[in-house]
Design a protein around this ligand. Structure first.
Ligand SMILES: Cc1cc2nc3c(=O)[nH]c(=O)nc-3n(C[C@H](O)[C@H](O)[C@H](O)COP(=O)(O)OP(=O)(O)OC[C@H]3O[C@@H](n4cnc5c(N)ncnc54)[C@H](O)[C@@H]3O)c2cc1C
Length: 212
């Protein structure tokens, strides 16, 4: 079986309001700093400023005390690009998380504009057709390994890691070691054939990696 994994929205990816707002369960009235209000005005996905009550759910619990300035749950790549541009314009650090399993808490920086990619959780399986050699899977950066495995039809597999809650973003960018699957198919990141990225200057790009 050959596995072709497409990883769109590789870097950061949905919807929202023109004002900075909190999820309904947050009761505290936390005003947004100006950079976060500017971000909310330019994105569709919601921006949360009540970061002390935000459910980060880190894989590594020592990351829990590290708080960004606010959190964007993007609706798509355009929101991610807006976050990159806003961070540059306000001279703020940007931090990005997918599954939140960084051993070293690299996915959150104090005082940053934080992009929580768990909102980008679309997953589609494309049967081999149209000249493609194998089945392909397209995933948003925010899915974890358990969600991808659940989406696969019987008999197909991806090169995943050992832990079901590791995210697609981190794993397929710089990981994906599996004790037995890697011996035969390489690492997870070896199976990526294309990705949608947002560059540091806030532009969206589609990248074909030529592995197919
Ligand atoms: C308990 C545990 C078990 C693990 N087991 C395995 C294993 O079996 N095999 C294996 O290969 N690895 C394993 N890992 C390592 C894991 O693959 C890496 O830590 C991976 O980077 C985690 O991805 P994440 O999206 O969950 O992490 P995150 O913390 O969300 O991100 C990790 C890093 O990648 C960056 N990043 C994440 N998503 C994006 C994105 N879309 N665009 C740009 N940058 C992004 C973050 O900013 C951060 O620097 C394990 C880690 C843990 C904690």
């Amino acid at each position: 079986m050959s596995l072709w994994l497409l990883l769109p929205a590789g870097l950061l990816l949905l919807l929202g309001a023109a004002t900075c707002h909190r999820a309904a369960r947050y009761s505290a009235d936390v005003p947004c700093p100006s950079a976060c209000a500017a971000l909310a005005a330019s994105t569709t996905g919601p921006v949360t400023c009540d970061v002390e009550r935000y459910a980060f759910g880190w894989g590594n619990r020592i990351c829990e005390g590290i708080l960004p300035l606010c959190v964007l749950r993007p609706a798509g790549a355009e929101d991610v690009a807006a976050a990159v541009r806003t961070a540059r314009e306000h001279d703020l650090p940007l931090s990005v998380r997918s599954g939140g399993h960084s051993y070293t808490c690299n996915s959150v920086k104090p005082g940053s504009l934080h992009v929580d990619l768990r909102s980008l959780d679309a997953v589609t399986v494309h049967p081999a057709a149209g000249g493609r050699a194998g089945t392909e899977l397209t995933t948003g950066a925010g899915n974890n390994m358990r969600q991808l495995l659940d989406a696969l039809p019987a008999g197909l597999m991806i090169v995943h890691g050992q832990c079901p809650t590791v995210g697609a973003g981190g794993l397929f960018l710089h990981g994906g070691y599996h004790t037995s699957l890697t011996l035969k198919y390489g690492r997870g990141n070896d199976t990526v054939t294309a990705m949608e990225v947002v560059t540091a200057n806030g532009l969206g790009l589609g990248l074909g990696l030529g592995l197919g």
